[in-house]
Design a protein around this ligand. Structure first.
Ligand code: PHE
Length: 300
């Protein structure tokens, strides 16, 4: 290294001397000196290098929009890890070990953990719902929280599936929270997101951590419910899962003030990618993750 550095030294010294000379000349410019400098000095009148400003990714833009709607309702943001334990992703959300509802989640597990107890095993979170439990461990009721982020499922990529996607989760716990509060909240949020003429419809569904559970559809914001390509001629678009927090979930955080006899709550989860795709009429989820400038620039 010494030899190479010694060869470099005179080059660096000459350059430094040149620059110093020019700086000195510029400090006391004579017409002659300026003429000889013409070739050497940077022309400050040349147009600069334009740096693109960048733009929010459509998923980020949509997530921020959803977050700001719920901020207006008094919700605050919480974060949780993307690499979760079985306990937070499943067990504390009332998915008992070996319960068949786990199969619906196509989980990606971290390898080589066979010797750990099941609840400590690491996995890529399959939904943002583990943030519900983490928030209730951190804060005593009442809580109104929102969490947004990446989730992972073992899905083969196609136009509507991606092994990585994004969810926005909400949780409200207080005294006397009812299903009507859930309906009113989501109806307001969907109108804020898709336009005030949009209607919502709640269908019975199942999630281990909510009881009762519902899937929510909105009337098609494009055709107004008459039927079009966007809503597959049905007039309705299925958008999110929700329900009243199952008392069994509260049992996991009971000692932090969550006595299911005294409090109640609701939770909901929605796919940010799906909402972005609907809003911007993107017909292939893969476009969101390819980083193609021609696609992304359209959102600038
Ligand atoms: N976590 C559920 C899912 O990913 C969605 C959900 C969230 C349902 C909260 C009910 C309450 O499918």
């Amino acid at each position: 290294m010494g030899q190479s550095i010694n060869e470099l030294r005179p080059l660096v010294e000459t350059r430094v001397a040149e620059v110093e000379e020019r700086v000195a000349l510029l400090a006391q410019p004579t017409p002659d000196a300026l003429r000889s400098l013409d070739r050497l000095v940077t022309d400050v009148t040349l147009p600069g290098i334009r740096r693109p400003l960048g733009a929010e990714h459509p998923v980020v833009k949509t997530t921020n929009e959803i977050v700001s709607i719920f901020r207006g309702l008094g919700y605050s943001l919480e974060e949780g890890p993307e690499i979760e334990t079985d306990y937070y992703n499943f067990e504390s959300l009332n998915f008992p070990p070996n319960h068949p509802a786990r199969d619906t989640q196509d989980t990606l597990f971290v390898a080589g953990q066979d010797r750990k107890p099941q609840r400590e095993r690491l996995l890529l979170r399959t939904h943002t719902s583990p943030v519900q439990i983490r928030s209730m461990q951190k804060h005593k009721p009442p809580v109104r929280i929102l969490s947004a982020g990446k989730v992972h499922r073992h899905d083969t990529p196609d136009a509507s599936h991606s092994p990585l996607f994004h969810q926005v989760e909400g949780l409200a716990v207080d005294t006397n929270i009812t299903f009507s509060d859930l309906k009113g909240t989501l109806d307001h949020a969907m109108k804020a997101l898709f336009g005030s003429s949009v209607r919502t419809r709640f269908f019975p569904s199942f999630f281990p951590f909510t009881e009762p559970s519902a899937d929510v559809s909105i009337s098609c914001f494009k055709c107004g419910g008459k039927g079009c390509r966007l809503c597959k001629q049905s007039g309705w678009i299925e958008l999110l899962g929700c329900g009243m927090v199952d008392p069994n979930v509260f049992e996991f955080v009971r000692e932090n003030g969550y006595d299911p006899a005294k409090i109640s709550g609701f939770a909901f989860g929605m796919g940010a990618d799906r909402i972005a795709m609907l809003k911007y009429e993107i017909d292939d989820i893969q476009l969101l993750f390819h980083g193609d400038m021609r696609f992304l620039e359209q959102f600038a």
